[in-house]
Every structure is written in structure tokens, then in C-alpha cells.
Design a binder for this molecule. Structure first.
Ligand code: 3PG
Length: 307
């Protein structure tokens, strides 16, 4: 039977790997594991005889597809698949899927972990502020955005969202006020949480104009992608607005400079931690394994993202 490879630079919890192994082996496949690889050559070597690969934010580009001669499917255990070259996948006749929603609660919980840390002055012993009654803007109302709204309700936040693809009814049924543009969201909300994917349209879309229109005490939380932020605009915002804080799970290119210059207003996790919980690893990892087995055995393409 064919080989299913887990290729994760950032490893899953052991319990998730054990669960994936059970699904894969019960279905009659062999499981191979490549974790914490330090060089792309290790990935290129590991994919040679793999029929399927489970990845996280690992880069799967043309070179990987060229090396993976037996490959039929790649499943990104998670939401964003901007790390996979979909055009190359299609030209190699490989199906690409994600596991939407499976790690959403973990990411949403981290939003609040970072927010409380941020508005309490990074626990510096001085009086900070509270979330209750502040206006939270949720940019994109997908799985993570919805979980943020659910948790935000408990904090007593006044919640707003803008999503070009979600209906007003969907958003307002959750007790969240639907706004009509990104511009309106930034103007209205003191806190904005980003949940847009990295696409050619969204790259650098969070620019200085949006940031600088935020009310006093502005906080942006980014658990989405670093690419969506205009980093020059971010630096300008920091320089011009002493009230501004940026809390991110994905370090921007100017991370070291921001950390050195604004240690009391800039926070970034050392490594992307949003989906790094045992529960999210189990949910997304097991979903990925089940989707692969169902695809290889029954041709089910339900979560396919490439054409
Ligand atoms: C996702 O797109 O699912 C999240 O950004 C999590 O990414 P990770 O699996 O690399 O932690």
C-alpha cells in the first residue's frame, strides 16, 4: 500500500500523530514522519515515494511537486493554503485540500490571550485597560472570525465585522454588527482582529490609511498572515501614534527593529502559535488523515481547493 507522509516543520502534538497513524494504518497505508526538518533537501527526499502528504505552513512549491513522483494529494492541516503552489499542483495532477475550521477555536483563543496581555501593558505592573465595552472589529467572518465573536461576547466587547463574502444576516445573527467596508471597520473600532487570508488582493492591504484612522488606544491583533500588513505603513503608524499597539502571531520582516524600538507596544510570538494546541493538532491532523483516506479509497474531493 502507498505511503502517507506527515511533513511538518512545526510538529503536531504526539497524540495527534498517534491518531493520524491509527487512521492511516487501519486503512492499510504506511505512515512516514518528517518533523522539524532544517533543510529543504530533507523534504525533497521524503516526498519521493509519498502518495499523500499532510502539511501545515510548510512550503510546497514546484520543486517539491517535481520530486514527488507518486503524489496524488496534499492536505494542509489547517485553513490557509497560501504555502502551496496550486497551479503546480494542478499541472502535476495533484489534489490539494485544507481542513477548514478545525483549528479555528485555538486561533481565536490566542487572539484574546494576546489582547489581554497587550492592553494590560504586557504585565508591566502598571494599570492597563479592560476589554469590556471596547469596540472590537473582526476583519473577515470565517471560522476564526466567528469563534472570536463567540469568545468576545463573554468579554463584553461591542463587536463589529466586515466580510465581503459573508451576509449581513450571518454576521448579525451572532449579535455582531455588520459594517460595509474595511475602511468603516478601522474607523469605528479601537481594536481590530485580522482574519483575512493572504491572497494577491489582500497583500499589504492593511495600510497606513486604515491604521491611522483608528480611534485612540488603537490595537491591531494579527493571527492571520504577515503578508496582509503593509510593513512600511505599520512602522509609520508606530512612529506617529504613541497610543498604538500591534500584537502579532506572525513576525513581520521588521520584527527586530519594532521590538527594539517599541518594546512596550509591539508583541510577537517567537513562532506562530495560533493553531499550536493539542486539540487543534488533533482536529486538523485527524481530519487531514481521514480526508486523504477517503480521497485515495473513494475519490472524495469535498475539501479540494485547486481547480
Ligand atoms: C492556518 O492557516 O490554519 C493557521 O495559520 C495555522 O497554521 P499552522 O498550522 O502553521 O500553525
Amino acid at each position: 500500500m502507498g505511503k502517507i507522509l506527515i511533513a511538518t516543520d512545526k510538529p503536531f502534538a504526539a497524540v495527534a500523530v498517534a491518531g493520524i497513524r491509527e487512521i492511516v494504518e487501519n486503512a492499510g497505508f504506511e505512515l512516514a514522519l518528517l518533523e522539524k526538518y532544517t533543510d529543504k533537501s530533507q523534504l525533497l527526499d521524503a516526498v519521493k515515494d509519498a502518495e499523500a502528504i499532510i502539511i501545515r505552513s510548510d512550503i510546497i512549491d514546484k520543486e517539491v511537486f517535481n520530486a514527488a513522483k507518486q503524489l496524488k494529494i496534499v492536505v494542509r492541516a489547517g485553513a490557509g493554503y497560501d504555502n502551496v503552489d496550486l497551479v503546480a499542483a494542478t499541472s502535476h495532477n495533484v489534489c490539494v485540500m485544507n481542513t477548514p475550521g478545525q483549528n479555528a477555536n485555538a486561533v481565536a483563543e490566542l487572539v484574546f490571550g494576546m489582547l489581554v496581555y497587550g492592553i494590560r501593558g504586557f504585565y508591566n505592573g502598571l494599570p492597563g485597560t479592560e476589554l469590556k465595552d471596547k469596540k472590537l472589529g473582526i476583519l473577515a467572518y470565517g471560522h476564526v472570525g466567528r469563534n472570536v465573536a463567540r469568545i468576545g461576547k463573554g468579554f463584553g466587547l461591542k463587536q463589529y465585522a466586515f466580510d465581503a463574502y459573508a451576509s449581513t444576516v450571518t454576521i448579525e445573527n451572532d449579535g455582531v454588527k455588520a459594517l460595509s467596508s474595511t475602511e468603516e471597520l478601522f474607523k469605528t473600532c479601537q481594536i481590530v482582529s485580522l482574519h483575512i487570508p493572504a491572497t494577491p488582493e489582500t497583500k499589504k492591504s492593511i495600510n497606513y490609511d486604515f491604521m491611522s484612522s483608528m480611534p485612540k488606544g488603537a490595537v491591531i491583533v494579527n493571527t492571520a498572515r504577515k503578508e496582509v500588513i503593509d510593513e512600511e505603513g505599520l512602522a509609520k503608524m508606530f512612529a506617529e501614534r504613541p497610543d498604538f499597539k500591534y500584537l502579532t502571531d506572525i513576525q513581520p520582516a521588521n520584527h527586530a527593529e519594532l521590538l527594539a524600538t517599541y518594546p512596550d507596544r509591539y508583541f510577537a510570538t517567537p513562532k506562530k502559535m495560533g493553531a499550536q494546541t493539542a486539540e487543534a493538532n488533533i482536529n486538523a491532523g485527524l481530519a487531514a488523515a481521514n480526508q486523504i483516506v477517503d480521497f485515495l479509497k473513494n475519490g472524495n474531493e469535498q475539501f479540494r481547493v485547486n481547480k
